[in-house]
Design a protein around this ligand. Structure first.
Ligand code: C5P
Length: 241
């Protein structure tokens, strides 16, 4: 995998027009884009077809969570679109995740199914209040990552700070998809546990999800280029290229 293809740009835009504008500005500088709930709903799903028509690869970040059958049916639909990766909540449980993997791989074995572990907005108090559990956030995240692995998921969304630990527990092929990435030259915004693109790769992240440092930059094409260069530096240092 080359450096550019480890970078997934988060299209956090309220309208399809604004998102298209960004994709056009970046041109060949990026191939992978993340479409979340806001843009998916606002564009009535059309953003997927638009990106595919431009030869782009899509990470559909809709975080499915329902009974196994309903989640699997939605997942199969996603897998039949031009989506290379999508996610489900690991808290939906092993039965839900196994059913999703089974149905999706039968339709498209190449499709990458990943799990969302603990939401970054959750505190230890939220965990206790919601799950009646005294597990730390990291313990809960690791537990759900292992459950996802047992259920056949291809990987998880996690902080770059947890990527190494998760790889150690779930194997090097278990994919880590990491937001919370900030080059030194950009603002941190509301992200707290950040890491630079280079360090994130060295720490075991397979894909970096990066939004505002690129999308809010006055020259997004150049920002994407700089991030890809930093990823390449990390890959060299980690012996990945
Ligand atoms: O702009 P920024 O680089 O912070 O965007 C990161 C993207 O990753 C956003 O779409 C955000 O919703 C997403 N994300 C995150 N933290 C998580 C899960 C997803 O920042 N734990």
């Amino acid at each position: 995998m080359n450096a550019k293809d480890r970078m997934i740009i988060a299209l956090d835009f309220p309208t399809m027009e604004a998102a298209k504008n960004l994709v056009e500005k970046i041109g060949d500088g990026a191939t992978f884009y993340k479409v979340g709930l806001e843009l998916f709903l606002n564009s009535k799903g059309e953003m997927i077809d638009y990106l595919a028509s431009k030869g782009k690869k899509i990470f559909l970040d809709l975080k499915f969570h329902d009974i196994p059958n309903t989640t699997a049916m939605a997942s199969v639909f996603a897998a039949k679109q031009n989506v290379f990766m999508f996610n489900v909540h690991a808290s939906g449980g092993r039965k839900m995740m196994s059913k999703v993997v089974e149905e999706v791989k039968a339709v498209n074995p190449e499709n990458i199914v990943i799990g969302v572990t603990v939401l970054t907005s959750f505190s230890a108090e939220d965990v206790e209040e919601t799950f009646q559990s005294k597990l730390s956030l990291a313990e809960l995240a690791l537990n759900w990552a292992k459950l996802g692995k047992t259920a056949g998921l291809d990987g998880v969304v996690c902080s770059p700070w947890e990527a190494k630990l998760i790889k150690e527990a779930c194997g090097k092929d278990f994919k880590t998809v990491c937001p919370g990435v900030r080059p030194r030259w950009s603002a941190t915004n509301d992200q707290e546990r950040i890491m630079t693109p280079k360090d994130a790769i060295i720490n075991g992240c397979d894909f970096l999800v990066i939004g505002r440092p690129i999308t809010k930059n006055e020259d997004p094409a150049n920002a994407a280029k700089l991030v890809a260069t930093e990823i390449e530096e990390g890959m060299k240092e980690a012996g990945l290229c």
